[in-house]
Write a protein that binds this ligand. Structure first.
Ligand SMILES: N[C@@H](CCC(=O)N[C@@H](CS)C(=O)NCC(=O)O)C(=O)O
Length: 216
């Protein structure tokens, strides 16, 4: 298997959190940056990697992994010595998987319905129950803190740190005390500071390139 992973990337997207995780893991990686404004994620060469035209996507040797939750799990397992993934024998392994999948199967669908002002499905039909129960579940988990699984940070905290921060920044996730305290601590991490600063520069460069190409 190749030593280095390749991350298909765009700034200020779900790929940002994956890059933060790579930094936290000290993993060797190469970025393959796509400019959405130039439609680079819809070009045939990228659709051959991810037919959905979305980032993040990860290439490791011949394997391509899409879906941020799968990528986080894969990377944390690739570097178990970094201590960001509970082992199969660790009693935290089940809750670790639970809170990863909760993001994709409950939190994100609830946020999208809310952002689009769609009526929530009836509770019995909804994959997430209700928006309020999703928020309350997460709040109650973080109240035990300081991290999702208790005393020690794991890879799932990078996912939730990013997800809650974006959700609050877009005014969709309620600014609960537990969410604010948790994300404030997360935002202070050197890896987060570095990646968000570089994202800002990258986003500006992409904007300039789009203006230059006459598409912005
Ligand atoms: N289900 C995907 C969602 C990925 C996704 O929606 N990525 C956005 C950026 S945050 C994207 O690539 N959007 C580009 C587009 O659809 O045009 C995952 O969990 O990774």
């Amino acid at each position: 298997m190749a030593d280095q992973v390749e991350l298909f990337y765009a700034p200020q997207t779900r790929a940002t959190g994956v890059r933060v995780l790579l930094e936290e893991l000290g993993a060797p990686y190469k970025l393959n940056v796509l400019n959405f404004k130039l439609g680079e994620n819809r070009r045939a060469d990228y659709l051959a990697v991810n037919p959905a035209g979305k980032v993040p996507a990860l290439r490791h040797g011949d394997a391509v992994i899409t879906e941020q939750v799968a990528i986080y799990l894969y990377l944390a397992d690739l570097f178990p010595e970094k201590g960001l993934t509970p082992s199969l024998e660790d009693p935290r392994r089940g809750p670790y998987l639970r809170w990863f999948v909760h993001m994709a199967s409950c939190f994100e669908p609830a946020l999208v319905d809310r952002a689009l002002k769609r009526e929530e499905p009836p509770q019995s039909m909804s994959p997430y129950g209700s928006f309020d129960t999703v928020m309350e579940n997460m709040r109650a988990q973080l109240a035990k803190g300081p991290y999702v699984l208790g005393e020690d940070m794991t890879a799932v905290d990078v996912l939730w740190g990013m997800g809650l921060r974006w959700g609050m920044a877009f005014g969709i996730v309620p600014e609960l005390d537990e969410f604010k305290a948790y994300t404030a601590r997360f935002m202070d991490r050197p890896a987060v500071v570095k990646v968000l600063q570089e994202d800002q520069n990258m986003a500006k460069e992409q904007e300039d390139a789009a203006i230059h190409a006459g598409v912005a």
